[in-house]
Design a protein around this ligand. Structure first.
Ligand SMILES: [Mn+2]
Length: 343
């Protein structure tokens, strides 16, 4: 075991002592849950129930249809189900702030003893009593995988499928820069244990696209604009488009990745007009610009290559502000360049 593993081991051990001490656990994850959110939540649920714990899961938003092939997805309850229930330990997964689980849920769900935060976002806040934040991990599912390994508990079939799904999703099917030899090794082990067909997992997650989403995509692609230097591409989605195509905000997921694929584009952004006329923005980078910094300028966060923020401006103004800010990262002024070289 190397030094890094020793340090990890100590962090995980603090959690294990809570697993020994308490019996009632609740799990939650971020709003608009994605594959890693659901995968890590169900994976940890299966591990803890396997230890004989009483575990409840509460999410603000329903499990997206394409993750309903995962075991126990229908055990995830809504905010309304919390009532007066109080777990001894609340574990929040894949959420960089506590509010990311949803404001109402964050106000309703309180542990009597300990709040644990498990996350891999570089901008994660240490809002827990115990914070297992591992920015080097590809996904929260990978952290949960390691947690179970360090605990020396065998991973069961159902758990392997959930964690694999999270790992696959957050690495963009093993093509993003967070994909390493280790990610592939973990994936291989999970496939062996889970005895599932990886191509079926892929199809379940990505190839059940409702036709309404493709109609929305065609509307959105018509709004494509690329800056003169070819480095910033943007699209937007309006409430009118949602109404016209019969879709909701969750149909926007993935569109920004298509914009990012344009040759020469460094920063891609997809802006969604929200009901309250504020703008939700997804940002992607090819690597030169750290979009988590760009998002942070607008009180958002995320990863260097994938981030997001919400701006209280109409979408066209929000896009203009973001493009202006992004230009500074792509073409730093001589002063900023000087500062940069000093570091
Ligand atoms: Mn994640």
């Amino acid at each position: 075991m190397d030094t890094r593993q020793m340090v990890d081991m100590q962090n995980y051990s603090t959690l294990f002592s809570l697993f020994d001490r308490y019996h009632n656990f609740a799990l939650s994850t971020h709003i608009n849950p994605d594959g890693d959110a659901i995968g890590s939540e169900l994976g940890l649920y299966l591990f803890l129930t396997g230890l004989g714990k009483s575990v409840k899961m509460f999410n603000t938003d329903a499990v997206p249809v394409n993750y309903r092939f995962l075991p126990f997805w229908d055990s995830i309850e809504s905010t309304h189900s919390v009532g007066t229930y109080q777990p001894e330990v609340l574990i929040v997964l894949d959420a960089s702030t506590l509010e990311r689980i949803g404001k109402a849920l964050a106000k309703t769900l309180h542990p009597t003893h300990s709040l644990i935060n498990i996350d891999h976002h570089a901008t994660a806040e240490a809002f827990g009593d115990i914070n297992l934040i591992v920015p080097s991990a590809s996904s929260t599912s990978e952290i949960v995988y390691k947690l179970i390994k360090y605990h020396q508990t065998p991973i069961d079939k159902a758990c392997a499928l959930c964690l694999y799904t999270g790992l696959m999703f957050d690495t963009g099917c093993f093509r993003h820069s967070n994909t390493t030899a280790e990610t592939h090794q973990i994936a291989a082990e999970l496939i062996e244990i889970g005895e599932f067909a990886p191509d079926e997992v892929y199809r379940n997650v990505y190839e059940h696209v409702p036709v309404a989403k493709i109609h929305l995509l065609s509307e959105v692609l018509r709004t494509l604009q690329v800056t003169d230097d070819g480095k910033i591409a943007s699209v937007y989605v309006t409430q009118t488009m949602f109404r016209k195509t019969g879709t909701t905000a969750d149909a926007v997921e993935g569109i920004v990745n298509q914009i990012q694929a344009i040759a020469g584009v460094e920063v891609a952004l997809c802006a969604s007009e929200m009901m309250d006329r504020s703008t939700k923005v997804s940002l992607r980078s090819q690597g030169c610009v750290d979009v988590s910094q760009l998002a942070a300028e607008f009180e958002g966060g995320g990863h260097a290559r994938a981030a997001g923020c919400r701006i209280t401006m109409p979408y066209l103004l929000a896009i203009a502000a973001l493009i202006q800010a992004a230009q500074r990262y792509i073409h730093p002024s001589p002063v900023e360049q000087g500062d940069y070289q000093k570091d």
